[in-house]
Design a protein around this ligand. Structure first.
Ligand SMILES: O=c1ccn([C@@H]2O[C@H](COP(=O)(O)OP(=O)(O)O[C@H]3O[C@H](CO)[C@@H](O)[C@H](O)[C@H]3O)[C@@H](O)[C@H]2O)c(=O)[nH]1
Ligand SMILES: [Mn+2]
Length: 449
């Protein structure tokens, strides 16, 4: 779905010159080469220490050649969300399935996951085009409960963020800046702000006092968690919130998922969870794009999905770009970042350098993927679509579920579900099958990129 009406590109890649850095890097390279020459010509005693030192210096020089060649032509990508919204109507914007992974309710406290989820539910993107799937590898009723509470809070939080164009939509970061908000002259905002803060504090209490406040832990919705342990339980998939009317300014679907685990069966950590999320979401919403976010991250730019779509929907990007990777930033780091925690070298220099060559690397989280590429369609056969895949290959990709095979064919053909096609309940029945630990045996899942 490109921008047929618009001649202006939705994104541009701008290469910028870094002459000073180039000169400096080249001088270092020349010095290294001179050092190698010196070793060979003047210090030629050919002893073992000489040889070891020479090999180390060769290795370092080779590494430096790779470093400067990757950073020689850095590029920055600029996106134009305004042009996107002019060329594509809200109904034409593609759906995005959002995956959040969590694995431990002690090391990754549920309130952290809840904040991540809240920042995603409140993205500036039509709500009926978003679905949030939370994968819980701890099989924790506490995480499930926390998400239930979060979805109640989200009914107030999301409209509040959109009404006042809040930038930081993870409440724990937003409410750090008390003073700014209370100093405002806008009385209506002030009242609502205080109310939201109060509700958020209540939410923290609800999650922290659990399970004392729930006497019948394993009743009703929680029955699925009885007789389960972290490493031994069946698949549990539950709809926490369904946007039944598919309203644009409502709340996105929120779905809890804990894939089946059995003792001594490999589960492949986050990668295993991502595979299950891809299959389960394929059966329920089958959005053409997937965004994955670790539970300890949050979205600091509410328009990020629009920025990503500028690249993924642009007529050039549609042929060339398989994924859009967002850089990571870390809060509460030390002043001047003495330990390099902000990963400046990785994102600013290496990331921009690789973007200048072809495209940046996938760093495991905060990334939008094209679903059909995940199913094995390479950029070369993007236009030919399914023609390249035989029935046997398709079976290898889908595994035993016929419904999943249909959904994969659907995705590979570039078709999308209209909101009225989505039947969350029916999808979940099928999804239990593809969330089993043995589902991947004899298939291409986990074997092919
Ligand atoms: O069995 C597991 C283990 C981990 N996770 C989740 O995977 C994510 C990442 O795991 P974590 O241990 O937090 O990895 P980090 O070392 O913090 O993160 C690095 O590794 C991740 C996995 O590749 C990338 O997503 C990150 O970008 C990268 O910083 C978290 O959301 C976990 O909850 C699972 O879902 N199941
Ligand atoms: Mn982490």
């Amino acid at each position: 779905m490109a921008n047929p009406n618009s001649v202006l590109p939705l994104y541009e890649k701008n290469w910028y010159k870094h002459n000073y850095k180039r000169v400096l890097d080249s001088i270092i390279l020349i010095l290294l080469l001179m050092l190698l020459g010196y070793r060979l010509i003047f210090v030629n005693n050919y002893s073992l220490p000489w040889f070891v030192a020479f090999m180390c210096e060769c290795w370092f020089t080779l590494g430096w050649i790779f470093t400067i060649s990757t950073q020689w032509n850095p590029a920055l990508v600029k996106t134009y969300p305004q042009r996107l919204l002019q060329s594509v109507s809200v109904e034409e914007l593609p759906a995005v399935d959002i995956f959040v992974t969590t694995a431990d309710d002690e090391l990754e406290p549920p309130i952290i996951t809840v904040n991540t989820v809240l920042s995603l539910l409140s993205l500036d993107y039509p709500s009926h085009k978003l679905s949030c799937y939370v994968s819980d590898d701890a099989c924790s009723p506490l995480i499930f409960y926390a998400l239930q509470q979060a979805s109640n809070f989200a009914k107030h939080w999301v409209p509040f963020c959109k009404k006042y164009n809040v930038q930081t939509r993870a409440p724990f970061r937003y409410f750090i800046d008390d003073n700014d908000e209370c100093m405002t002259n806008n009385e209506e905002f002030r009242q609502e702000w205080l109310q939201m803060k109060d509700m958020y504090e209540n939410l923290i209490r609800e999650i922290d006092v659990y399970p004392k406040s729930i006497p019948c832990l394993f009743e009703g919705e929680f029955a699925a968690f009885s007789n389960t342990t972290r490493t031994n339980h069946p698949a549990i998939i539950k709809v926490i919130w369904e946007n039944k009317e598919m309203v644009e300014d409502g709340l996105p679907h929120l779905i809890y998922l804990s894939r089946e685990k059995r003792p001594k069966q490999p589960h492949h950590f986050k990668a295993g969870a991502m595979n299950v999320l891809t299959r389960v979401s394929g059966l329920i919403t089958n959005a053409p794009f997937m965004l994955n976010v670790d539970c300890d991250m949050f979205v600091n730019n509410p328009k990020i999905a629009q920025h990503a779509m500028c690249i993924l929907l642009d007529s050039k990007g549609e042929k060339e770009v398989a994924f859009v990777q967002c850089p990571q930033q870390f809060y509460a780091t030390l002043k001047d970042d003495p330990f390099g925690n902000q990963l400046v070298i990785l994102y600013k220099y290496l990331g921009a350098g690789l973007a200048g060559l072809q495209g940046t690397f996938y760093c495991g989280t905060n990334c939008f993927h094209r679903r059909k590429v995940m199913y094995g369609l390479s950029s070369d056969d993007m236009e030919n679509g399914l023609n390249k895949l035989s029935d046997e290959e398709l079976k290898q990709i889908s595994g035993a579920s016929n419904e999943l095979r249909k959904s994969i064919v659907h995705a590979l053909k570039g078709k999308t579900n209209s909101p009225s096609d989505i039947n969350v309940k029916k999808g979940i029945e099928e999804a239990n099958q593809v969330a089993c630990y043995g589902y991947e045996y004899g298939t291409a899942w986990g074997k092919q990129d």
